[in-house]
Design a protein around this ligand. Sequence first.
Ligand SMILES: [Zn+2]
Length: 492
Amino acid sequence: MKTQVAIWAGKIIGVLSRALGHGGSTIPGIVARKLDAKFLRHSRSIAKTIFYITGTNGKTTTANLISHLLQTAGQSVMTNREGSNMVTGLSACLVQSAPLIGWKKYDVAVLEVDEASLPNAIAECPSDYLLITNFFRDQLDRYGEIDLLIKKMKDSLKYFAGNFIINADDPFSNRFSNLKKDNIYVGLNAHAYPFDSYLMTESRYCPNCQNELSYSSVHYGHLGHYHCTCGFKRPETTFAAEKVFNDKKGIRLVIDDEEYPTTFKGLYNAYNVLFAIQACQALDVKPDVLRKGLMTYQNSKGRMQEFLVNGKVWRLNLVKNPAGGNVTLSEYFEGDETKLLMFCLNDNLADGEDISWIWDIDMELANRDELELFIASGTRAHDAALRMKYTGFPEKKIIILPDMNEAVLYAKRFESPTYIMATYTCLSPMISILSKEAEKENKGDSNLETSTIPLLSRYTQSVWRQGKYYLLKKAMRMEGDFSTSRRNQKPK
Ligand SMILES: [Zn+2]
């Protein structure tokens, strides 16, 4: 009864909070937990199988992809949204998913769990599977706190009876290996892809003996095939991508001789895809279903999200730590077409108030002739500009516009595609600015948002897919009055 009251109270507060204009994503959880302190344990009553996904990078994408693939396979899935990955957020998700009376059985709960919240989540409701994606030092962790965090997490998992799915290529994640036998290890085979050899900002020291690790193959950051003189080494994978290809349409993985094309941009997504496929295979989802799901998956907001404004492409990616910055730059500078780079840097609590981490991003990757302009924006625009200046990039090509609206207006003057790196609290405003711009132009002339791409002619679609963005304006003009044709073809 106590639980039922907690659910009702949570639901009522949730409705009130939304009515009052507060997002209130975690408030129902807070209320439910006031009435039932270990409320999260009821996750077990609502879902047959529970996945927790934790780690520094890729949690959200991996969780969203697993949910999508399972839904494609016809399973009912309960999942939490990004930002609601602490115990209160997980509890809020449970309140929202629960029916008014009794428990609805979902087939699966796919829950992204903040690393620091994992011990509490495990104590209240141990999952069936725990996916550990990776650990990267982020903006808040520059003084060895990552070791403390991993130790706390391990302590909470001493009696964990579920299955670990661990990133074999990450020495930090490997530290969970000795908790249990028969772990599932995912990773990329040596030289699965010729990754750029850019700076490794991560520490590459053995967690056992503190000696420097040796690598026979490096993917990026500290991920790769490592070993130490003390015997600590990358475990043999149980599930590996033999090859990764970076096609224009998206990355493509070869696993157990099966090909998996995806819509993902960005090689670092190979790990997210690998984890998701492994998780689904644990529930017997067949390769054909997985392939279908991978091709129908839409990127999470702000994850290599594309917009079409002013007849050119704008690509937006969240960057929250040096490793993420490096892979984003590497992706952005994959081709040698001219481009604009925008770095939106805020220093709010959610971004990390200490922004010194930007000095660990290998911004030198962006100091190239094809970079027409570097625009620094956000509350710490000046710091972003200074970082770029130190790469030796010409000062006259660095523009500082703290206001993101102004930054977008400025970038609109140029024909080259604009690639944007945004810290956490810059992301939502930037999505809304670009969406509004795209919408505004949609009404008047031949511009459109990514979601309208399927409505284009086959020729324009092919121009888009091949990445020949400079031809887009022309292609769309050839289509005639786009706004009319779009109206006619408007799907239900
Ligand atoms: Zn060692």
